[in-house]
Design a protein around this ligand. Structure first.
Ligand code: NDP
Ligand code: HSE
Length: 436
């Protein structure tokens, strides 16, 4: 049978890995897919560089629309990134009846509803395994492997760049900016690295996973997003002393009132496997009623790990493209007419536990006042750590771990504690997840 023909839009980090792995493993992939999968056309702004990657047998153009217009191309792979031209190209490819593979989580988290509806109407597939957690087959696991389950929550380290930064800062004492530069040089970071460090990239991925886990539309605009730029190394040290690691987590939970969807730094017990995921590695924990807890671990970024997921999608489409569209796996796991309208909860309604660090005057009665405010708000304390004031110091750090409470109560309690004359600086609050 004639090989299926693939057109690549963008041959940067992920595109070049995809081309290389497809070439290297072509026989193995053909045995799995049932027919060959060949990249026959590539579009990239830098034609000379693209030609140097693909050689003379692949047509290279600088206009992505020429790939979409080519009637011989069966699958268009969008590896440009961003919400701009990538969105137009994906919608145009769908309109032209092409199946689409994309690694573009930003695009799907923001415009997924429109894109999946267009694909559904046209009877084509949009596959996006590479969009979440790089090489880890988490989309496949959530959408197909766990299909028997009622999923309760998921929590993941889903941004390699920030996990790399936190690991290097903690283990080697390196400065934030230096480690970010390393992550960029290694090809982990987004074109705009503020997406990584401000939690936006993780929120894109959490949004997509949440939609698949709970059968709700993608709603990135409702996600709570907080990155790692305000983290201080002293909190990493205090967390360590208390038996915790600080990780940037993407979390989504189903509650009776709605869905929690949030990304923020989090204290995680050091004994949990996920707390020991280091460097650019990713891991996602999923809690579901029948199977219990499952954990997915692997490389979340980089050229070939991400290519591995792109090619898995190419194989899926090669196997399934002749199937009746109604019998294919729905894009978001649930049938389009069976989506849930459960709302995404505002942040002040989420329930979690907290780490608080207060810079306080080293005076008698300070602890009693602080704990009094927490008691009055019905917030129960789990642990207290007070740093001994240094010689000549008139202030010290008071660290408090709480049990679960609703965020609105904690906001109120922090505002009250902040009013105390003995609290000398803005209170640091980091959320804590026991993940048990
Ligand atoms: P790169 O920036 O390395 O590659 C993008 C490529 O697209 C570049 O070669 C760029 O050319 C080219 N390009 C830009 N505009 C156009 C256009 N209009 N037509 C054709 N080509 C164009 O990005 P990545 O490979 O890192 O990322 C690609 C996608 O994969 C993004 O959505 C990203 O979020 C996602 N992703 C990336 C991962 C990673 O580890 N890097 C992991 C998982 C997902 P030029 O350089 O000349 O501008
Ligand atoms: N910038 C992303 C990360 C790439 O660091 O995880 C993988 O999606």
């Amino acid at each position: 049978m004639k090989p299926i023909q693939v057109g690549l839009l963008g041959i940067g980090t992920v595109g070049s890995g995809t081309f290389e792995v497809l070439q290297r493993n072509q026989e193995e992939i053909k045995r799995r897919a049932g027919r060959g999968i060949e990249v026959t056309m590539v579009a990239d702004l830098d034609v000379a560089r693209a030609k140097s990657i693909v050689g003379p047998n692949v047509q290279v153009v600088d206009d992505a629309r020429k790939v979409i217009a080519n009637p011989d191309i069966d699958i268009v792979v969008e590896l440009i990134g961003g919400y701009g031209i990538a969105k137009q190209l994906v919608l145009e490819a769908i309109a032209a009846g092409k199946h689409v593979v994309t690694a573009n989580k930003a695009l799907l988290a923001v415009h997924g509803t429109e894109i999946f509806a267009a694909a559904h109407q046209k009877g084509v597939m949009v596959a996006f395994e590479a969009a979440v957690a790089g090489g880890i087959p988490i989309i496949k696991a959530l959408r197909e492997g766990l299909t028997a389950n009622r999923i309760q929550w998921l929590a993941g380290i889903i941004n390699g760049t920030t996990n790399f930064i936190l690991s290097e800062m903690r283990d080697k004492g390196l400065a934030f900016d230096d480690v970010l530069k390393q992550a960029q040089a290694l090809g982990y970071a987004e074109a705009d690295p503020t997406f990584d460090i401000e939690g936006v990239d993780a929120a894109h991925k959490a949004t997509i996973m949440s939609a698949i886990a709970f059968g709700v539309p993608v709603q990135f605009d409702k996600a709570y997003v907080e990155g790692i730029t305000k983290l201080e190394s002293q909190d990493i040290k205090y967390a360590d002393q208390l038996g915790y690691r600080i990780k940037l987590l993407g979390i989504s939970k189903r509650t009776a009132a709605g869905i929690e969807l949030r990304v923020h730094p989090c204290l995680v017990p050091a004994k949990r496997l996920i707390a020991n995921v280091e460097g650019a590695m990713n891991a996602v924990m999923v809690q579901a009623d029948a199977v219990g807890t499952t954990l997915y671990y692997g490389k979340g970024a980089g050229s070939e790990p991400t290519a591995s997921a792109v090619i898995a999608d190419l194989v899926d489409i090669t196997r399934l493209h002749t199937a009746d569209p109604l019998n294919r796996v729905p894009h978001l796991a649930f049938q389009p007419d069976a989506m849930s309208s459960l709302p995404i909860l505002p942040m002040d309604q989420i329930v979690t536990s907290y780490y608080l660090r207060l810079r306080v005057a080293d005076q008698a009665g300070v602890l009693a006042k602080v704990t009094g405010i927490l008691a009055h708000a019905d917030i129960s304390i789990d642990a207290v750590l007070q740093r001994e004031a240094g010689e000549g110091e008139s202030h010290t750090d008071l660290i408090i771990l709480t049990h679960d409470c609703v965020e609105a109560k904690m906001n109120q309690a922090i505002a009250e504690m902040q009013q105390l004359s003995t609290v000398l600086a803005p209170i640091t609050r980091i959320r804590k997840e026991e993940l048990n």
